[in-house]
Design a protein. Structure first.
Length: 479
């Protein structure tokens, strides 16, 4: 920039600002140097009111977004509910979904293999499976009643016992034998002394009449005889005690059963109360279950319920023997005891059981096999097989070789009663009520892989032939 004749002034570059140097004028061919101070730009701070305005604008915008999103969500939810309740819409969607997976013509997809059963109109009650365990009717820890060494203990865990006959342990009798001999000797000596004193009493009694013996001497002699009689009774009691201990050195099984644990061993010194063995009874066995407070009023002493023992493949009937009227606070379940026959020792303590208890009054409705209901977190489904009256048979295929075919229709259901092998169900939609009726065929195997309006073929071969081929069908196989 030119400011005058012979003077040149230029503005500082970014590097010059550190020195504040301006070149102007000319002296000896060089511009005159002039120093000045560079003033940097300063930012004006924002006022508090501006901050508040910005925050307010953002708050209003965010609130509007949330309200708008909620309104849109409510509209979509109500619209979806209307569509789910519209049978025509559901039918159209099922048809649209089944266009790619429906019946194939010519060289299309092969039909899915399924097994079917018939839906029925029956009356059933809900049955709950209550787990439990088998317990011995009697269980005891047998102990010694006397002190001494164990001379014999001919039992092992599992030894079968016969009540009042099987020997569990034999305690040493040496010291009892010595005590008994000493007691008998004392009794013999006391009896001899008592005979002598009794004879003396018989001698002096007549002398009292003739005043040869005083009455006080007679009384003293009688007291001696009485004391000897009391001493004799005491020694006889001691002898009875020793003989009873002698008997108790032999420990016999108190009832029929089995040894489950031998606690003591040969040569051990035991004292009164020392455990010898643990035993349990056999013949009868108790099945104990815990029933919740919701259904405990339906159970009465004497009622009979089926009991399943899965490990043995048995189904028995158990009669309620006792209902314990006390429940733990945490579990809120009452112990219920049923008494069974142990089937010659086949049923053993510790086995798990399942008891089937009726929990509702009888309900009349559509009943399908349990395997026909696909229970998922989002609901339960039953696949119904509709016939194909116009199905074209392959050319040249013998009529007897053709297998039944049909179209799979899903029906959403609610389970209202659970039996052992069956469910009582109610369709959730009017369309489902038109499809699922008594007498229709429902899929019991292969339903997991089906889609709406898919062509299926009913497999009639014995299911045992398909063992080891889990990919054939997806549902649980019938047993």
């Amino acid at each position: 920039m030119t400011t005058g004749p012979g003077q040149v002034e230029r503005f500082p570059s970014r590097a010059d600002t550190d020195f504040g140097v301006y070149l102007s004028g000319a002296a000896a061919g060089f511009p005159q140097v002039r120093f000045s101070t560079f003033q940097p730009l300063h930012h004006t701070p924002m006022s508090p009111s501006s901050h508040r305005n910005i925050i307010l604008i953002f708050s209003i915008a965010l609130t509007a977004m949330l309200l708008g999103g909620g309104a849109v969500g409510a509209y979509l939810y109500s619209h979806q509910v209307e569509q789910l309740n519209d049978s025509a819409f559901l039918q159209s969607r099922l048809k649209a979904i089944g266009q790619d997976t429906g019946p194939a013509k010519g060289g299309g997809r092969r039909p899915a293999l399924v097994r079917v059963a018939e839906a029925k109109w029956e009356t059933i009650s809900s049955i709950r499976s209550v787990p439990g365990r088998l317990y011995a009717v009697r269980e005891a820890t047998l102990s010694s009643e006397v002190s001494g060494l164990i001379r014999s203990i001919p039992i092992e865990p599992g030894t079968k016992l016969v009540g009042e006959q099987t020997l569990l342990a034999q305690i040493d009798r040496t010291w009892l034998e010595l005590m008994l001999r000493q007691n008998e000797a004392e009794i013999g000596s006391l009896k001899a002394d008592m005979e002598h004193q009794q004879a003396e009493l018989d001698r002096i009694e007549p002398l009292v009449v003739s005043r040869a013996v005083s009455i006080s001497d007679l009384s003293l002699q009688k007291s001696k005889v009485d004391k000897l009689q009391q001493d004799l009774v005491r020694l006889e009691v001691v002898r009875s005690e020793i003989r009873e201990k002698w008997k108790r050195t032999t420990i016999l099984a108190p009832f029929d059963g089995y040894v489950i644990e031998r606690v003591a061993d040969l040569g051990e010194l035991v004292s009164p109360g020392s455990p010898i063995a643990k035993i349990v009874s056999h013949g009868n066995i108790d099945a104990k279950i815990h029933v919740g407070e919701q259904i405990i009023d339906r159970i009465k002493v004497g009622d009979v319920y089926p009991i399943l023992i899965g490990e043995l493949g048995l189904q028995l009937e158990g009669k309620i023997h006792e209902i314990v009227p006390f429940a733990q606070t945490a579990a809120r379940a009452y112990p219920v005891i049923m008494r069974l026959d142990d089937d010659g020792g086949r049923l053993k303590p510790g086995m798990t059981i399942e008891t089937l208890i009726t929990t509702t009054d009888p309900i009349e409705g559509i009943v399908v096999p349990k395997d026909a209901v696909l229970v998922k977190p989002d609901g339960s489904t039953v696949w119904v097989l509709e016939d194909l009256p116009d199905e074209k048979r392959p050319d040249g295929e013998p009529t007897e070789n053709l297998k039944p075919r049909g179209i799979a229709k899903p029906v959403f259901v609610s389970i209202v009663a659970h039996a052992v092998d069956d469910y009582s169900v109610v369709p959730q939609t009017p369309l489902g009520r038109d499809i699922l009726k008594p007498g229709v065929k429902v899929v019991i195997e292969g339903g997991e892989r089906l889609t709406a309006d898919q062509l299926v073929q009913v497999e009639t071969v014995n299911p045992a032939l398909f063992d080891g081929l889990p990919d054939k069908t997806g549902q649980q196989r019938l047993r």
